[in-house]
Design a protein around this ligand. Structure first.
Ligand code: PLP
Length: 457
């Protein structure tokens, strides 16, 4: 454990040359020639990075950035975390790929993961490994379909579960298409109880009831048009949809109704998991036990691994080859994941995350009171969103100002990203290990940038 000596570069942000500097510009041009024009992040963060230290990133021209982005909430433990790197290096010397056959890394990881699972999942679940978050969600849906023999999935407006998929329809063996494939168009989207924008003007707890009653009707009414529900997939806090925290009773009600009707509840913890919300899993905040839970992003510390945890009863009669692939959890990612999950089991680490998150929320609420364009500040743990509107009465979304703020933050040396239905939400998802002092600095810059841009509007 040599983490004490490691940390962010505390002089950050330091902009020596306006990004992209000459070296980065050259590299961006080379990339343009060789890689698809459909890249997104190079349009937002116009530079080339050299290395990272905890919540700081150094670009090729020597600029030092504060990272409130964490590679889309993947680097929860900070860039170059020595314990994580040591585990990966150790595993690299032993074995870098073997697929599903047991290794020490695999068995240790599985045991550690099981010991963290929420509610009644612990000790009663099976793990099925995949590669990306989207992949895990696909598998979760396959599993629900297998369990129920039905096709239709209920999801929620604003949800994001990945975009890969349906490639299976090009694979010739129909066996692989039985529970996945094009039938995904059989998805119903119910409104997510988004307290700031719910269509009916009712109390938050009432929103959950309205949504869950609609769901129950879809499940039980033979003329609802679904032909039967195979499963419900939900993000416990919506990520790409706008860092939306649902009312407290939403997940418990959802759990109650799905359990009552034997409909598998898939909780997508790809973004909310691995400590992001101040507990290892967001499900823990709501005391619910998912039937199937998807896990990815930060679990591999940057090595792409993903998986589902599911009720072990579903294993009965599950055919081999139900879901396949060459990469069934890379040993490097598993070694990293084992260390990461062990760290998260430390209660003082998690309470520190909650404190940092609360600090950010408190400062943003103060800013909101003085600023005419901030309509809403919300968050759970260190998953925090600020929603911009043109007018606090009409709540007309103001995506342009959020984009301007993001660009100016980058110019000032802070990486931050947007999300939301109208790309009008700025989200805070720094590494959970960010130093308080650096976090304060980043917030000072954010307050200044938002205030200046708001004045000039
Ligand atoms: C909640 C959630 N599920 C699934 C995904 C898809 O993960 P991936 O991009 O690894 O396919 C994401 C990605 O942001 C996500 O936030």
């Amino acid at each position: 454990m040599n983490e004490k000596k490691w940390g962010s570069i505390m002089e950050a942000p330091r902009i020596k040359v306006n990004p992209p500097g000459p070296i980065s510009s050259g590299m961006l041009k080379e990339q343009d020639k060789l890689e698809t024009a459909s890249r997104s992040y190079t349009k937002i963060f116009r530079t080339a990075f050299d290395y990272g230290r905890n919540a700081t990133l150094v670009d090729m021209d020597g600029n030092i950035f504060i990272d409130l982005f964490a590679g889309v909430s993947v680097i929860n433990m900070g860039h170059g975390n020595p314990d994580v790197i040591e585990a990966i290096k150790h595993q690299t010397d032993k074995l870098t790929h073997i697929t599903e056959v047991p290794t020490e890394a695999r068995i240790s990881f599985l045991k550690t993961l099981d010991s963290t699972l929420p509610g009644k999942m612990r000790g009663r679940s099976k793990i099925f490994t995949t590669v990306t978050g989207g992949d895990a969600c696909e598998l979760a849906i396959q599993m629900a379909r297998f369990k129920t023999g039905k096709k239709v999935i209920v999801a929620f407006g604003g949800s994001y579960h990945g975009i890969a998929g349906n490639i299976v329809s090009a694979t010739a063996n129909p066996h692989y298409r039985e529970y996945s494939g094009n039938d995904y168009i059989n998805t119903y989207h119910l409104p997510y109880p988004y307290p700031y924008r719910f269509p009916q003007k009712v109390e938050p707890e009432e929103m959950s009831k309205i949504v869950v009653e609609d769901l129950e009707n879809l499940i039980t009414d033979p003329y609802a048009g679904t032909g039967g529900i195979a499963g419900v997939i939900v993000e416990p806090v919506q990520g790409e949809g706008g860092y939306i925290v649902p009312p407290k009773n939403f997940l418990p009600l959802l759990r109650e109704v799905t359990e009552k009707h034997n409909v598998p509840l898939i909780v997508d913890e790809v973004q909310t998991g691995i400590g992001r919300t101040g507990k290892i899993w967001a499900s823990e905040h709501y005391n619910i036990t998912p039937d199937i839970m998807t896990i990815s992003k930060s679990v591999g510390g940057g090595i792409p691994i993903s998986m589902i945890a599911y009720n072990q009863d579903y294993d009965k009669d599950l055919p081999p080859g139900f879901h396949l692939g060459t990469y069934r959890a890379n040993p490097l990612g598993l070694a990293a994941g084992n260390v990461i999950l062990q760290k998260l089991k430390n209660e003082s680490f998690m309470s520190d995350v909650q404190k940092k998150g609360q600090y950010v929320i408190d400062r943003l609420i103060k800013l909101k009171e003085k600023n005419k364009y901030i309509g809403d500040v919300r968050g759970l743990g260190f998953m925090i969103g600020v929603e911009f509107v043109r007018n606090k009465e009409t709540k007309e979304p103001y995506g342009e100002i959020a984009q301007k703020i993001k660009a100016e933050m980058f110019n000032r040396g802070v990486l931050i990203h947007t999300c939301g239905h109208y790309a009008n939400v700025i989200r805070f998802m720094a590494p959970l290990t960010i130093e308080q002092q650096l976090l304060e600095k980043a917030l000072d810059i954010f307050v200044e940038v938002v205030t200046n841009i708001s004045k000039s509007n």
